[in-house]
Design a protein around this ligand. Structure first.
Ligand code: CAA
Ligand code: FAD
Length: 384
């Protein structure tokens, strides 16, 4: 068993680290406070080739492996999880879903610009639309319908909590085409945001990842050409589950980054802050917190890398990605909360960053399948 990263992987990790420090850190507190979408940062990430990291070079991607993607996600999430969620959705839900399952024509038309993150010099990214007001964890209960009208489908319904909801140009929309067939009557469609009948509601005012643009999106009699359905009739739910297995590696790496970022800040602070005549790191209660953080983070990192390695080696990674996600997200929440504690009162104000990391950590336990959903996936897999 080799735990060493390749030269290329180390280079990607360093590039992501530099990018996070130089491009994401400046203004991160203001973007959070004013809920400002990090458009400039995403455009620069696209220039670096980080918006289609795992897409074949033939389709405008960087042709890198999932391990490199995990390393990059961790570094960027240490500094700004609003940037990394946008990156994660575009890479591991939208581009991956298209690369694996779209037709050649769909790939030429949509995947190539999406993997480059731009088209005609403008931002060009995607969103993934599974959740609805009444279908979150219970994802097969889709209320959005797509009625077969011969040469097109007529799409009606509401999707909520959509990341990149207003910034994306392309949506992958999951909808029910035949309710009698339940999950086998679900399809997935490529829908363009500027088509008639698409309405984007106001941005959600959130606890964390406040720069990320989360919106409800409504569809009213949207005409979707038949050629924009992905895969065979009834493939939509399988598409969603298979794509989400990879997406969960992205969110697990995001959680890992939030945890590592909080830990690094807490460790540095413990070396400078003095109480009772000594640096607080010399109090065992603080030192042990840091020891536990380091241990849990290392375990989370190994789970993320194992899931990524399985994906790169074409081994079923459904179980490992759920394990990575539930463990890394719980590690992020715990570590960030303890990092605030290590900072005492200073941890409670914005300048020290850890309060933001604590707020950002919470979402990793909710989206792309809550911790309870990951435990459903894990328990079904180990008990079958
Ligand atoms: N691969 C292929 N097929 C799969 C599958 C997989 N991984 N998982 C399930 N299926 C199939 C099943 O085999 C089943 O087919 P049959 O009827 O032929 O047996 C069918 O799909 C239905 O599956 P289940 O019976 O297991 O479905 P369920 O209702 O029990 O739900 C669940 C399972 C795991 C809870 C699933 O609904 C789920 O993952 N829910 C969470 C949804 C989610 O993660 N949403 C995230 C939205 S995107 C997002 O959040 C992005 C972001 O924030 C940034
Ligand atoms: P519910 O499913 O109503 O769950 C409520 C609670 O009940 C949770 O604790 C849940 O774990 C628990 N629960 C439900 N069923 C069970 C069960 N069977 N056993 C045990 N516990 C259970 N969705 C998208 O499609 N695309 C996106 O881009 C996207 N981005 C998001 C961004 C943000 C900021 C947020 C908040 C959400 C986003 N989501 C997105 C939606 C997200 O995936 C859902 O919120 C999530 O899947 C949970 O669904 P729900 O909110 O309806 O909660």
């Amino acid at each position: 068993m080799i735990f060493e990263l390749s030269e290329e992987q180390l280079m990607i990790q360093q590039a992501a680290r530099d990018f996070a420090r130089n491009e994401c850190l400046p203004g991160v507190i203001e973007r959070d406070e004013h809920q400002k979408f990090p458009k400039e940062q995403i455009m620069k990430l696209a220039e670096l080739g980080f918006m289609g990291m795992m897409v074949d070079t033939a389709y405008g991607g960087s042709g890198l492996d999932t391990v490199s993607y995990v390393l990059a996600m961790e570094e960027i999430s240490k500094i700004d999880a609003s940037v990394s969620v946008c990156m994660s959705v575009n890479n591991s839900l939208v581009c991956y879903g298209l690369q694996q399952y779209a037709s050649e024509e769909q790939k030429q038309k949509y995947l190539t610009p999406l993997a480059q993150g731009r088209k005609d010099g403008e931002l060009y990214i995607g969103a993934f639309m599974l959740s609805e007001p009444e279908a979150g964890s219970d994802a097969t209960s889709q209320r959005t319908t797509a009625e077969d009208k011969g040469d097109h489908y007529l799409l009606n319904g509401t999707k909520n909590w959509i990341t990149n909801g207003s910034s994306a140009s392309v949506y992958l929309v999951i909808a029910q085409t035949d309710a009698a067939k339940k999950s086998k009557g679900i399809n997935v469609f490529i829908v363009e945001k500027n088509w008639p009948g698409v309405t984007v509601a106001a941005k959600e005012n959130k606890l964390g990842i406040r720069g990320s643009d989360t919106h409800t999106v409504m569809f009213t009699d949207v005409k979707v050409p038949k050629e924009n359905r992905i895969g065979e009739d009834g493939f939509g739910f399988t598409f969603a589950m298979k794509t989400l297995a990879g997406g969960r590696i992205g969110i697990a790496s995001q959680a890992l980054g939030i945890a590592s970022g909080a830990y690094e800040l807490a460790k540095e602070y413990s070396k400078t802050r003095k109480a009772f005549g000594t640096e607080i790191r010399n109090h065992q209660a603080i030192a042990f917190k840091l020891a536990d953080m380091a241990t849990r983070i290392e375990a989370a990192r190994l789970l993320c890398l194992k899931a990524a390695w399985e994906k790169d080696n074409k081994i079923d990674y459904t179980l490992s990605s759920s394990m990575a996600k539930v463990f890394a997200s719980e590690t992020a929440m715990w570590t960030a909360t303890e990092a605030v504690q290590v900072h005492g009162g200073y941890g409670y104000v914005k300048e020290y960053h850890v309060e933001r990391l604590m707020r950002d950590a919470k979402i990793t336990q909710i989206y792309e399948g809550t911790s309870e959903v990951q435990r459903i996936v894990i328990s079904r897999s180990i008990l079958k």
